[in-house]
Design a binder for this molecule. Structure first.
Ligand code: SAM
Ligand code: GLN
Length: 295
């Protein structure tokens, strides 16, 4: 008898769950819907839709990939981030929900800073990966220009594909280079945002296999203690922020206190604010550069 959609997804979910995959049911449904070329909810509406032999083969292949702990987003080749559907593959980190919150915090600030209407701000996203942050700012925010950098040329290729697919290639300028190398001396931005690699090498063993075995190491690890990118970002940003401009960083769950200390040490910021993510962890640090000098 031919397999039908929903029971097939259920069977696959049992296999995934038995092998320790979290959210097995959701993921089995996502994979089958992708193979069938329909939305996940359509699976329920078409629950007894017959699945052809060819579709079954492709679904089995997808489930085998998931059993090797490859993330669902790499298997289907896309990830959702705020309003965007982004192409993702092993060249880039899969964008995370907490980074959507980082973008939300930047947008709140930028809308207040820009006032009504005008797209007048310029933003810099350091370590753009898939382009998630930069492309969202360009799509949603009051920016006339967004510069996005990455040290990985491979990641930038994918960011370029995403920008083009979203029609944002004019709005977002991509540059290769490590940290401040991609920025000219004296070049200034209203907003500098980064989700840098911040996992400590020492914490490698705590990462899920989906992360440590599949995502690019250069997107994850920030040196022995995790601060190798964050600290130069904090020290360097004042030279590249407009007076009163915003530095917005995603940091690891235990890192906010030290990052705020570093911010104070520079003497170049008015202060720092820490925001919690939806899970209640301190994951976002915001700091505003001193100035403008009042006459
Ligand atoms: N911005 C994307 C996001 O939030 O989903 C990707 C963030 S991922 C955690 C960090 C990114 O920074 C990776 O794409 C990595 O290649 C890049 N990166 C790592 N070291 C860097 C450096 N020194 N300078 C610039 N980019 C760097
Ligand atoms: N959020 C990723 C994780 O917890 C790390 C990403 C990063 O280092 N910026 O695995």
């Amino acid at each position: 008898m031919a397999e039908t959609a929903l029971p097939l997804a259920r069977k696959a979910a049992d296999v995934l769950a038995a092998r320790g995959v979290e959210n097995a049911r959701l993921e089995a449904e996502l994979l089958l819907a992708w193979v069938l070329g329909i939305g996940r909810l359509q699976l329920y509406l078409q629950h007894d839709r017959p699945v052809s032999e060819a579709e079954l083969e492709r679904f089995r292949a997808a489930v085998r990939r998931r059993l090797r702990r490859e993330p669902v987003q790499y298997i289907v080749g896309t990830a959702h981030f705020r309003q965007l559907e982004l192409r993702v593959d092993r060249r880039v980190l899969i964008p995370r929900p907490e980074t959507e919150e980082l973008v939300g915090a930047v947008l709140d600030w930028a809308r207040r800073a820009a006032g009504a209407g005008e797209r007048r701000l310029v933003a810099l996203d350091i370590g753009t990966g898939s382009g998630a942050i930069a492309l969202s700012l360009a799509r949603e925010g009051p920016f006339r220009r967004v510069v996005a950098t990455d040290v990985s040329p491979a990641a930038l290729e994918l960011a370029r594909e995403n920008a083009a697919a979203l029609g944002l290639d004019e709005a977002v300028e991509l540059r290769t280079g490590s940290l401040w190398d991609a920025v000219s001396p004296g070049e200034r931005f209203d907003v500098i945002v980064s989700n840098p690699p911040y996992v400590a090498e020492a914490d490698r063993a705590t990462l899920a296999p989906e992360v440590v075995e599949w995502e690019p190491a250069g997107a994850l690890f920030g040196g022995p203690d995790g601060y190798e990118a964050i600290e130069p970002l904090v020290r360097g940003a004042p030279s590249h922020l407009a007076p009163g401009g915003l530095l917005a960083l995603e940091v690891g769950a235990e890192q906010a206190t030290r990052v705020v200390e570093r911010i104070h040490e520079t003497g170049a910021y008015e202060g720092a604010r820490v925001m919690r993510d939806l899970a209640g962890r301190e994951r976002i640090v915001l700091a505003v550069a001193r100035g403008p000098v009042e006459g």
